[in-house]
Design a protein around this ligand. Sequence first.
Ligand code: PEP
Length: 250
Amino acid sequence: MKSAKNIVAGNWKMNGLVASLEEIEALATLIDTSAAADCDVIVCPPYTLVCSLAAMKKQKILVGAQDCHVAVSGAHTGDISALMLKDAGASHIIVGHSERRADHGETSALVHAKATAIYIEGLKAIICIGETEAERDNNQTEEVVLGQLKESVPDDATPENTVIAYEPVWAIGTGKTPTVEDVAEIHTAIRKALINRFGDVGAGFSLLYGGSVKPSNAKELMTAKNVNGALVGGASLKASDFNGIIEAYR
Ligand code: PEP
């Protein structure tokens, strides 16, 4: 049985200007992938920076994007396809982030279709799932998370083409985190659901935790059972913070 790869991924969200490209390249160069011998490091900048970051030959980070359309091309004003992102140099694409689900009404069915579009291009989907604060207060965390997992992840998902990111919505950008026990419990439930559905292969999917990960809590959160890394928002915008998180895998 192949064990899951450790991954630390940064989601820059709507931050970063081409006008500040030098600063951004310096930030990418400062990200010290050697800090973690056994960990892939992915940076997902806004679309406008994918090409420039991917073209930086010196750095060892992988470059991802934050969303894509289900179609390859066509009359979809304002959208971008997985093929275009592959063409720009991306290897990974985040789909189903709670900000997309909330701000753009994205459903798990749409996330599923986007993941399929990503597989067709030979790229990797980082599929996000997570409960809201109200759902957590209603003791619905497992039901919601496993429901999103089932509906968002296509049948042809494999550990090679898919990463799962558990991100409780109430922990994103708030400074609040679940306890390590809570993270371990839900990640173990996700792992079990993947093994039930995909057999032994289910043990090989990387399961990332996301939501207010910082250098000060990374070590503890990253060593929780069935956690194979982090999806990091705010703390990925500063090299010293992001490196502090990557160091959890030293
Ligand atoms: C995110 O948006 O994916 C995220 C985890 O954000 P933050 O680390 O800022 O909570």
